[in-house]
Write a protein that binds this ligand. Structure first.
Ligand SMILES: [Zn+2]
Length: 209
């Protein structure tokens, strides 16, 4: 992408590995860049000297793709050599991971209306089965993206950012009373495995006390 360096993606490679952290029981993600030509054309050296600027520009590209694509396109992540991966490329997820790597910023919970939007397909499935769905809806002062009710009870359904584990406590649902049933789904998994997420909500509405 550098205007003065006419670099073909086939001349420059990147990879990653996951390694144990020697200091504690966490894992480290190493991302590395390398020249593909034998002897090296020096691109990796050049990249190392300018890594701060490269990472900042990469972050800007991921967060504000010039084509405003949904997940990936030729203006941001896709090129000839990664076309076999295109279904899996997601610039928003990449941006969240890179921002965390750069300064430790955790991804933020989306606004209730945006969560409600992503939950539409799940909502349709549940409505087909006869569950009463509303959302966003106000419960105990918390704007809940989706409320799902059976004759039994109502369950609050929301989404957490893809990179955060189920143990994450920062969701606005933490302000609901402990007796209010709630389910917080992973927004990335929801987009790729609707049947499982549907089952999880269904079970919560039907069986949870
Ligand atoms: Zn794009």
């Amino acid at each position: 992408r550098h205007p003065q360096i006419d670099l073909d993606p086939s001349e420059f490679g990147a990879g990653f590995r996951i390694v144990p952290n020697r200091e504690d029981d966490t894992l480290l993600l190493d991302v590395y860049l390398y020249d593909t030509l034998s002897g090296g054309a020096g691109y990796a050296d050049l990249a190392a000297r300018n890594i701060e600027e490269i990472l900042q520009q990469t972050l800007a590209l991921l967060e504000q793709c010039p084509a405003h694509c949904e997940q990936s396109c030729e203006s941001c992540l896709r090129h000839y050599h990664n076309q076999y991966l295109k279904e899996r490329l997601d610039r928003n997820l990449g941006a969240e991971l890179l921002r965390y790597a750069l300064d430790g910023t955790l991804p933020k919970e989306k606004a209730p209306a945006a969560q409600a939007n992503l939950l539409r397909n799940l909502q349709r499935l549940l409505e087909l089965e006869g569950f009463a769905c509303t959302g966003p809806v106000e419960i105990q002062g918390v704007t809940v993206p989706l409320g799902v009710a059976s004759s039994n009870q109502q369950v609050a359904v929301g989404l957490r950012p893809a990179l955060l584990t189920p143990e994450w406590q920062g969701h606005s649902f933490s302000n609901l009373s402990p007796t209010t049933a709630s389910v917080v789904l992973n927004e990335f998994v929801l987009g790729r495995n609707l049947p499982d997420e549907h089952q999880m909500v269904r079970n919560a509405v039907l069986y949870e006390k």
